[in-house]
Design a protein around this ligand. Structure first.
Ligand code: APR
Length: 165
């Protein structure tokens, strides 16, 4: 499984799946959630409404509307509360459950944003380490490439350092 690093907007990435950093209502929001719904259009929200919600750490899959991707995997990251509320375990589950869902749907390439590191306030260094170690330890016969898409320069530099350490 190849790992690639990109700096930019995940809504412009043409992997089979792109992962959304959603909230548990699945009804949209700001950040990457807002960008995906804005660019993907209303059919994504329609499907999210039918699903009805998603607990922290879990992932659900919908169509991708007008996005180049085939599917959107919505996962709900933990809100950072200081590190003593299993935030690290929950963030690990976001990556694992998203990868499993991509595999179950036969999706060969998947792009992740830096889940929980924006509005949810997860420290970027810790989140980068969790994301990279979780993806690196995931063995798959189906998934061929994982792309980390960093929207901000700080995350991009953290991933550059962590990916090559
Ligand atoms: N493409 C890629 N990454 C993006 C984009 C984009 N278009 N827009 C923002 N990001 C990055 C942010 O820079 C941050 O590094 O996504 C990362 C996650 O930030 P948020 O989108 O704020 O997500 P998160 O911290 O997980 O908070 C989730 O925010 O938008 C709401 O509904 C969402 O309530 C939920 C909460």
């Amino acid at each position: 499984m190849k790992i690639r690093l990109l700096e930019g907007d995940i809504t412009q990435v043409s992997t089979d799946a792109i992962v959304n950093a959603a909230n548990s209502s699945l009804l949209g929001g700001g950040g990457v959630d807002g960008a995906i719904h804005r660019t993907g259009g209303p059919t994504i929200l329609e499907e999210c409404r039918k699903i009805g919600g998603c607990p922290t750490g879990e992932a659900v899959i919908t169509n991708a509307g007008d996005l180049q991707a085939k599917k959107v995997i919505h996962t709900v990251g933990p809100i950072w509360r200081g590190g003593a509320s299993n935030e690290a375990e929950k963030l690990t589950c976001c990556y694992l459950n998203s990868l499993k869902l991509a595999e179950e749907n036969g999706l060969k390439t998947i792009a992740f944003p830096n889940i929980s590191t924006g509005i949810y306030g997860f420290p970027k260094e810790k989140a980068a380490h969790i994301a990279i170690t979780t993806v690196k330890s995931f063995v798959s016969e189906i998934i061929e490439e994982v792309v980390f898409v960093c929207f901000d320069r700080e995350n991009y530099q953290l991933y550059q350092v962590n990916l090559h350490s």
